[in-house]
Design a protein around this ligand. Structure first.
Ligand code: OMP
Length: 292
């Protein structure tokens, strides 16, 4: 795959080669302890490097959760830089779980930090929060795509507290009457369709986050509606520790399952340093079987 390939193309290639599993790199203090590592910057670096080694050749995508590195300030960020470089050299697609959102000009700076080629924190895609409006992310999404990068916009999150905001109905916008969650799904789908502009992209470069723990119909999301344009990438956390089962991918996501990335952190990481490799390999197989 060429360096100029879009994020959507690279995501499709990762799916074809390794399946749909995304391995979360979430070095919780309790996991560091059970892995025999110290709860400090050295510990999170070592943890991240080992998870990358376990994913290498077995899964195509990893998702470092930045908060666990940020706990240790500049040393934590230095540790993260090492982990990101190791993941990139292993050929893994890296989704930085940063959940950034702000006024447009500020989000652009986050985009520079995480998506600019050569940046110390460069990843392939980031998670973005649209609480300041999807439009506040537009210039960053555009820049991401121009660099062959991607982004995932939170739409319906896996945590129970999200519903009160995400099920609220829009009063004024071109999507008046839609829930917030449905407006994000519709807005990103249309974005990808416009950007593809007749080109034959299989997957869009901008996706949404939809929790696997949810009944999407309660969020006003029609899982089976015809989508214009390329397949919508759906980052789907909530499997494993939060209760969703891989066997439910089809019943939960319907036609949206075509773009689902199955994201799991603790349920894999709890296998420990000796079991993580097998846990990843097993889950990759289970996900492929569930998708049929
Ligand atoms: O954007 C995310 O990845 C995310 C969105 C969401 O709706 N729910 C959610 O759990 N996440 C993240 O996904 C990971 C889930 O971890 P586990 O519950 O351990 O699999 C954490 O890093 C969360 O921050």
């Amino acid at each position: 795959m060429s360096d100029t390939a879009s994020f959507g193309d690279r995501l499709g290639a990762a799916f074809d080669r390794f399946g749909r599993l995304c391995v979360g790199i979430d070095p919780h203090a309790s996991l560091l302890d059970s892995w025999g590592l110290t709860d400090d910057a050295d510990g999170v670096r070592e943890f991240g490097l080992r998870v990358v080694d376990a994913a290498h050749g077995r899964a195509g995508i990893v998702k470092p959760q930045i908060s666990f590195f940020e706990r240790f300030g500049s040393r934590g960020f230095a540790a993260l830089e090492r982990v990101l470089a190791h993941a990139a050299s292993a050929g893994l697609l890296v989704i930085g779980d940063v959940k950034r959102g702000d006024i447009g000009s500020t989000v652009e700076a986050y985009g520079d930090a995480w998506l600019s080629p050569g940046s110390p924190l460069e990843v392939d895609a980031i998670t973005l929060s649209p609480y300041l409006g999807l439009g506040s992310l537009a210039s960053t999404l555009e820049r991401a795509e121009s660099l062959g990068k991607g982004a995932f916009v939170l739409a319906a999150t896996s945590n129970p507290e999200g519903a009160a905001v995400q099920q609220a109905v829009l009063q004024s916008s071109s999507r008046e009457g839609d829930t917030v969650a449905a407006a994000m799904v519709g807005g990103v789908t249309d974005w990808n369709a416009r950007r593809a502009d007749g080109a034959e992209a299989r997957f869009g470069s901008i996706g949404v986050v939809l929790g696997a723990t949810l009944d999407l119909s309660r969020f006003g999301i029609d899982r089976d509606s015809e989508q214009p344009g390329p397949i919508l990438p759906v980052l789907a956390p909530g499997f494993g520790s939060q209760g969703a089962a891989v066997s439910d991918i089809r019943s939960t996501f319907g036609a949206l399952a075509r773009g689902v990335i199955v994201s799991e952190s603790r349920s894999l990481l709890e296998a420990g340093p000796d079991g993580i490799t097998d846990a990843i390999a097993r889950r990759v197989d289970e996900v492929e079987k569930a998708r049929g």
